[in-house]
Design a protein around this ligand. Sequence first.
Ligand code: AMP
Ligand code: GLY
Length: 416
Amino acid sequence: MRILIVGGGGREHALAWAIAASPLTSKLYAAPGNAGIAAEAECMPIAADDSARLVAFAVERKIDFVVVGPEGPLANGLVDKLEGAGIKAFGPSAAAARIEASKSFAKDLCVKHGIPTARYRVFDSGQAAADYVSRENTPMVVKVDGLAAGKGVVVGSTTEETLEATYFFSTGMASRRLVIEERLEGPEVSAFALCDGKTALPFGFAQDHKRAFDGDQGPNTGGMGAYTPVPLVDAALEKRIHETILQRAVDAMAAEGHPFKGLLFAGLMLTRDGPKVLEFNARFGDPETQVLLPRLMSDILPALLAARDEVLKNFHLRWLKEAALTVVLAAKGYPGEYKKGSEIRGAEKLAGLDGVTLFHAGTKRDGTRLLSDGGRVLNVTALGATHAEARAKAYAAIDLIDWPEGFCRRDIGRTP
Ligand code: AMP
Ligand code: GLY
């Protein structure tokens, strides 16, 4: 089959790596890809959000199946446009991607269908939101309604901070709808399911590390590392999350007339009252995919096709017993301002390491030199018999990389 992967981050490198290994793949393209993806696929200089050119490319090159990585193109209807042009595509329709793109849509869906989530109110006026926060007089969480690349959430530690965030979002982001919700307490985990509109096939759990610095300090990022499986999630909790959250969300979307096909990613908090949804994402996680896929023993391509073709029922996936852990190397300054174009040396030394995979996130080549080309730049994933072993292997591999302009957290897998 001729496959096109849309996107150019670490998640897409992990997808390209897994799809390239499928005996069903005869030709693999990526748009735009990156320097690491270029080892697996032919990279085309087409932006992930340029849907007109992507559709034209897919038609012209007779692509059999397109796998869409990032949320933006999904929310903008890339899958609808590809399918409309007769090209099979993996990912939700724009209507179904609203489960991520609109927090108020997702919250309303949860309440209507009994999916556990924090109590909340939706406001179209900043003043009404501020009045509510003042009246409640307790620390709450303020969320901007649309896609905000992780920058649209403030967890207030006091009422004043909650109010400040309410004013900041309602004045800074003109006419934005706000969701104000109850502040939950507990460890966070991410749950994944491959969905075909009817069936939610469990796709594992991961623990993400969102803050930039060790000890969960510093600003929120897209994710600085992850590991899987998650020891906090035992078989009983897994079943409960599957039944009350993942499958229930898929049933809910179908009942609302927007069947969800693609990868459903639930951000959860394990509260004293059980698991509750913080958010849904309509796509693979980044860097969670970089730990999920190295544990997948089954060929990923038939699974993605079965999701698209609505035949996931009775589909089985096999997973390695080992733990997987990934550490993100980012450019100094990320998630704030950072420089692109600094040289990274030594990455080739990881090639022969047993159980270690280097996924590129933001890289490009200049001749034979490897240069940084983004905020999150490399992901080093290691498999190990235990989490500790995977962590030791990942950090030993990272220490072979010489990149003075980069940094990583040193405590991935140590903090909850
Ligand atoms: P979200 O984008 O909705 O997942 O929120 C980003 C982060 O904010 C989450 O990973 C949590 O750490 C935190 N958060 C979101 N909602 C809540 C909540 N209701 N209570 C406590 N923390 C939250
Ligand atoms: N790592 C979190 C995400 O992909 O949204």
